[in-house]
Design a protein around this ligand. Sequence first.
Ligand code: NAD
Length: 364
Amino acid sequence: MEVTSVVKSVVPQSNLFEVLESGMEHEQVVYCYDKETGLKAIIAIHNTVLGPSLGGTRMWMYENESLALNDVLRLSRGMTYKASISGLNLGGGKAVIIGDAKRDKTDAMMRKFGEFVNSLNGRYITAEDVGTSTADMVSVSQKTKHVTGLPELQGGGGDPSPVTAYGVYMGMKASAKDMWGSDSLSGKRILVQGCGNVGQNLVKYVTEEGAKVFVSDIHEDHLKKMVADYKAEVVDKDAVYDLEMDIYAPCALGATLNDITIPKLKCAVVAGAANNQLHDEGKHGMMLLDKGIVYAPDFLINAGGLINVYSELQGYNREKALEATRHIYNVTSEILKKAKTEKISTVNAAKQIAEQRIRDKKNQ
Ligand code: NAD
């Protein structure tokens, strides 16, 4: 008798291996459950060829488990590309905790999560992300040393946003050089969409260089601060894509480059911090290319935060982290040149270089 026929399945049919075989190609997916603390987490390790996988822990009220799995698979894969293109000896990983960060998160839950991270013996290193904070990473650190994103007082790098903004600034300057032959942003009309932790720092950099800065946000307070501190001009959030500008810097949400916005866009360069700016990577990358817009790939130019937490592994030094982030300028130039020569989208150019680095390491 076949064994499977007498075993009653307690879970609905799962097709995770099919998903992995169809191109996601993760090495390991770990489900973590703890009844006492209510922890329900998934850790996804995408690729460890270049080094241990590193990526933040996102806590989010996913409507169902399959959406959480989808998110962690997608995000961890993105981390592999981000680490590789940034030249870091790191692989891609990510974790999600299912729950409401404001209501459900406890110190005990985060410590339990730390135990699960520890059980992976360093194949996955965690950090903060949406819904988790440096304080949560302190809880995690009580159970594992495989954690970054700790406060400066504890040897960590603190808030990575200023370093992320610096990397975006470097990528923006390299894109300007490619478009106009000079990397000076003086006199350029730059719109920063989203003036949160990263956007505010970016506004500071470009204002100091003499750019004409426009800002858009849904929080009145953030806009008021930008007007008071940098004399930025406010643009209604619905008028962003009608504005004549040189550079559009998406620093709020993903997918703002899509079928509706790209035909309207009146800019020469797109360079911002938001993750997953292209709604459809293949299609919208090509639409920007056809419109003659230089697009600085998000996962490359927003890697400053990752570079910042990576430097914690070597003993944190802010100057060294900024120095390494400065390199984003050179990598952006290299990618834009490759894309132009091969007439491919800048995203594809960046992905090809990232994949090649992994293949080279594998074949060593
Ligand atoms: P944040 O939450 O501090 O700031 C986001 C800002 O966007 C807020 O001020 C919010 O009010 C505003 N916003 C939201 N919806 C908007 C809309 N429709 N129009 C205009 N503004 C809107 O986030 P952050 O840390 O500054 O990160 C910004 C983006 O960069 C996010 O997409 C994030 O995933 C990405 N990113 C951040 C880091 C980092 O180090 N913080 C690293 C890599 C990528």
